[in-house]
Design a protein around this ligand. Sequence first.
Ligand SMILES: C[S@@+](CC[C@H](N)C(=O)[O-])C[C@H]1O[C@@H](n2cnc3c(N)ncnc32)[C@H](O)[C@@H]1O
Length: 205
Amino acid sequence: MARRATWSQYRETIGNRSGLFEALADRWPVERALYPGSYVDLSPSTAIASVTYVDTDVRAARFFADSDRIQRELTGHTRQGARTDVRFLAADYTQALDIPDDSMDLLISLYAGPVWEHTRRYLSPGGWLLANTSHGDASLAALDDSLRLVAVVQYREGQYRVLVGGLEEYLVPKRREAADADRIRASGRGIPYTRTAFAYLFQSR
Ligand SMILES: C[S@@+](CC[C@H](N)C(=O)[O-])C[C@H]1O[C@@H](n2cnc3c(N)ncnc32)[C@H](O)[C@@H]1O
């Protein structure tokens, strides 16, 4: 029988993103996060008190159904005294989710498709969107007047760094005509920028 998917095993592929969420939670008051298309990436729960994970993959549903396993996986990884409220929705994030509107401080969009446009209603005013360009989400966010870039996340040699200076150098398209929301949606990919980062943090206005 195939090994069950777990965060510890998944970390061997994608690395450990705990440092990224720790850096975010250290700097901004993020208490509740929504992670659509999370698969089994449990890293936000190492630093954020309440995280709702959403995925259609049955392996993710199996992983999150085992609450003892979740607690064991988090042991030794959470910030001192951190509360860990982990919720999982086996759902398609493009459909309505059982989550109140305006209830999340942080929306996480990493390698999982057009998360922002489908789940923005759950983000509280003034909340944050963490997105990368892989499926075009950060590129769409960069064109969205309701968001402003407040930080970039750089990744080097296993370390995440959150930078708040020099932001004007990021999200500058190599070709201006490529910065078109309809074209980005149709391609499902981000556009090339003169300077890149692992991910971008936007704040809703
Ligand atoms: C490439 S994995 C990325 C997982 C994780 N976000 C990461 O960065 O490692 C994409 C995940 O998004 C999930 N996904 C894609 N579209 C989805 C949708 N509409 N609703 C829920 N989950 C979705 C897939 O099932 C898969 O687990």
